[in-house]
Write a protein that binds this ligand. Structure first.
Ligand SMILES: *Cc1c(COP(=O)(O)O)cnc(C)c1O
Length: 361
């Protein structure tokens, strides 16, 4: 079996994989309706959100569909968005705004940099017509975990609605929806929740959906239509039924294992193992442990070894690592802890890396 150290799709547990073999199902039947409602409830329960104020809206698509649905459904025609960029996914939020003709500004940072709060406050002071702020929680580009608590306070003081891309953090990092003032967050089945690709979702405050424009920007990604129909047990379009089976099982498994906090500490053990193990053979992390998530860390490539060579040698021994994007493609590699990975898998990974490094020296 190949151990996937890329940030999704993840290695599945046997019980999640077996869930894919449940009976064929029509998305207009009561069994589907029950499955969908069960997943929606369980998604809210991951962060103890009450069903009255909040809705989990399920979509068929990868995580980007959830990002696009969130931004296009919640920023109204007369709204103005501020996008914080410090990696690929922040820049993707800006692309979504451009494509859909949403008025927006960006607070740009080089990839991996910490969000500059002083600049943010100045920008908000100069543009008091900003209604929404969009930001990535865990920037998978570099492994940086952005500080949402601080952003939440700033937004709440100014009545700005906070939209979060939590695609690679939902289920394993702290997300304090109420006290951070999160209005909506986009996430996916196949990262920290350990499901399969095909299903994504937006967790949204119901009052924000009620205030959305009546004429949506898109047909397929309109959250309000999905939510209205899902509340009645329906769905506007065919959903990824088998991916729903897998997600329901994955959520059950997460609950039985003790929820996101237990998953957080498990990932945290794996990531410490990797950081310490790599550091011991001279491979340095890109960011400090305190700035990084427990979900993914980036490391500088060893000297005299290209990413492709490193990747191929590891793959030959059963491990898939992940390349850096854009300008980081030649300098870093990434290791994710998400999915059904055992301590022993990570220890074996470290042993194989050591062996590869020793050979090139
Ligand atoms: C994986 C990821 C996405 C979505 O990517 P897809 O390829 O559409 O699943 C969005 N944001 C972040 C932060 C991610 O890590």
């Amino acid at each position: 079996m190949m151990i996937l150290l890329n940030p999704g799709p993840v290695n599945l547990s046997d019980r999640v994989r077996n869930a894919l073999l449940r009976p064929d199902l029509c998305h207009r039947e009561v069994e589907f309706s029950q499955l969908q409602s069960q997943i929606r409830e369980k998604l809210l329960q991951v962060y103890d959100l009450p069903g009255e104020g909040w809705a989990a809206v399920l979509l068929t698509g990868s995580g980007t569909a959830a990002m696009e649905a969130m931004v296009t459904s919640l920023v109204p025609k007369n709204g103005k968005l501020l996008v914080i960029e410090n990696g690929v996914y922040g820049e993707r939020l800006s692309k979504i705004a451009t494509i859909h003709g949403i008025e927006y500004l960006t607070l740009h940072h080089p990839w991996g940099d910490e969000i500059d709060i002083k600049n943010l406050v100045t920008l908000l002071d100069e543009n008091n017509d900003i209604t929404h702020l969009a930001v990535v929680h865990h920037e998978t580009t570099t492994g940086r975990l952005n500080d949402l608590a601080q952003l939440g306070t700033i937004c709440q003081e100014r009545n700005i609605l906070l939209l979060v891309d939590a695609v690679s953090s939902f289920g394993a990092e702290k997300l304090n929806f109420e006290s951070w003032g999160i209005t909506a967050c986009a996430a996916t089945a196949n990262k920290c929740l350990h499901g399969i690709p095909g299903t994504c979702f937006v967790i949204v405050r119901r009052d924000a959906l009620a205030g959305a424009d009546t004429i949506p920007r898109t047909l397929y990604l309109d959250l309000r239509t999905y939510c209205q129909q899902q509340d009645k047990g329906g769905t506007p379009f065919t959903q990824s039924v088998q991916a729903f089976y897998a997600l329901a099982e994955a959520l059950q498994e997460l609950e039985e294992q003790g929820g996101w906090r237990v998953r957080h500490s498990y990932y945290s053990q794996l990531v410490s193992l990797v950081r310490n193990g790599l550091l011991a053979i001279g491979i340095e992390p890109l960011l400090s442990a305190t700035s990084s998530s427990v979900v993914l860390n980036a490391f500088n490539l060893p000297d005299n070894l290209s990413y492709d060579e490193f990747h191929d040698q590891l793959k030959a021994q059963g491990f898939v690592i992940y390349a850096g994007q854009g300008t980081l493609a030649k300098s870093i590699f990434r290791v994710s802890t998400m999915g059904a990975i055992a301590h022993a898998d990570m220890e074996r990974f470290l042993a194989v890396v050591k062996q590869i490094i020793t050979q090139i020296k």
